[in-house]
Design a protein around this ligand. Sequence first.
Ligand code: APR
Length: 228
Amino acid sequence: MSKKKLVVLTGAGISAESGLKTFRDSDGLWEGYNVYEVATPRGFAANPKLVLDFYNMRRRDVANAKPNAAHIGLAELENDFDVQIITQNVDDLHERAGSKQVLHLHGEIFKMRSVKNASVTYEILGDIQVGDMAEDGSQLRPFIVWFEEEVPLLPTAIQIVQTADILVIIGTSLQVYPAAGLVNYAKRAIPKFIIDKKIPYASAINNLTVIEKPAGEGMNVLIEKLNH
Ligand code: APR
């Protein structure tokens, strides 16, 4: 009997207990920066050094962080389900916890690209500086989808959600589109679960079980419910 397809949409909240800051918990500033200064093409054009340094710091934070119980719980669910994770996070904590199918809608902090070409990526563990050029001769930048940029993996993500037998949403405020709109592509009748320490307004998602707990604890409740 093939395993049920469990699709999980995760956001910054699932990495909060690993010590990585979320976006909207800290009064609109992100590590003291205005998000629009450091996560938009305009911000990068205006001050590439500020933006590159911002992501150099984020990259170090992620390298020093560890997967938490929520990431590990999702990886263990692969024993019983065909788990497909669609994350808005750019950290690699799902992969480091052992999850095998992870789609990063907003890019990946340990990858970089040239300013000209979004489809050729290079691994990076250290920093990117102004003047670090790609093979195409243009400046290297983080492989991150900034505000106002298109989300190339969106069609793939939609197709995955449409084929889910169970949908789980963990640690996202569901405020940033198109990611937030993915929940509407799930079949109406399938069971849906949301884990968040403060459940966001989740529009009219039907057949929804709400688990209002921090992600680590909430994962235990979810596993209980999935096994019954
Ligand atoms: N456990 C569970 N949920 C938590 C925890 C926790 N320990 N801490 C915070 N949360 C929840 C918050 O209540 C909120 O609903 O996680 C969510 C975090 O929301 P955001 O900060 O908006 O993060 P996210 O939804 O991932 O942001 C989406 O916005 O800035 C852009 O591209 C960026 O991917 C990001 C996107």
